[in-house]
Design a protein around this ligand. Structure first.
Ligand SMILES: [Zn+2]
Length: 153
């Protein structure tokens, strides 16, 4: 017995926070005009990938996505004021929040690249306004901070 393959472009890991849903789906349209991405939605986004006790659960989702739909792009989306991190208040200000999530994304990329070396990985911080701030490896925050931080005041 064989079944037809259903191929999709990407797999997205995002927080379950209801405030993201509509605006983030809109923002992701840019990546996936056909909406052909698997959505892994868990509290805290990459946080559980970085916790040893939950890592296998998260990998299982990516493994199944890959096995079933062969995505060539993984998009990691952290978000502003995430309750799993204690909200924006826990960071003190938006600059620290941005840097903390960049670090989370960097650590998550290391894990994912080791497991899925052929898959492209992008990371973002999603603002509740709907803005996606790229946090890819190699991108420097200072180029982002000027306008981003001004807006956060
Ligand atoms: Zn969250």
């Amino acid at each position: 017995m064989t079944s037809a393959k259903h191929i999709c472009t990407g797999a997205v890991l995002q927080c379950m926070d209801f405030r993201l849903r509509r605006k983030l789906a809109d923002a992701l349209e840019k990546h996936f005009p056909q909406e052909d991405y698997d959505l892994i939605s868990i509290a805290g986004g990459v946080q559980d990938l970085l916790r040893e006790d939950w890592r296998e659960f998260v990998f299982k989702q990516f493994d199944l996505s890959r096995k079933l739909h062969e995505p060539s792009l993984i998009v990691l989306v952290q978000h502003e004021d995430c309750g799993a991190y204690g909200g924006t208040a826990a960071f003190g200000d938006f600059e620290r929040e941005l840097k903390a999530h960049q670090d989370e994304i960097r650590r998550a990329r290391v894990l994912l690249e080791a497991r899925y070396p052929e898959t492209r990985i992008e990371g973002y911080l999603f603002r509740l306004s709907g803005e996606m701030i790229p946090l890819h490896e190699g991108e420097t925050l200072p180029s982002l901070t000027a306008e981003v931080l001004h807006e956060a005041q």
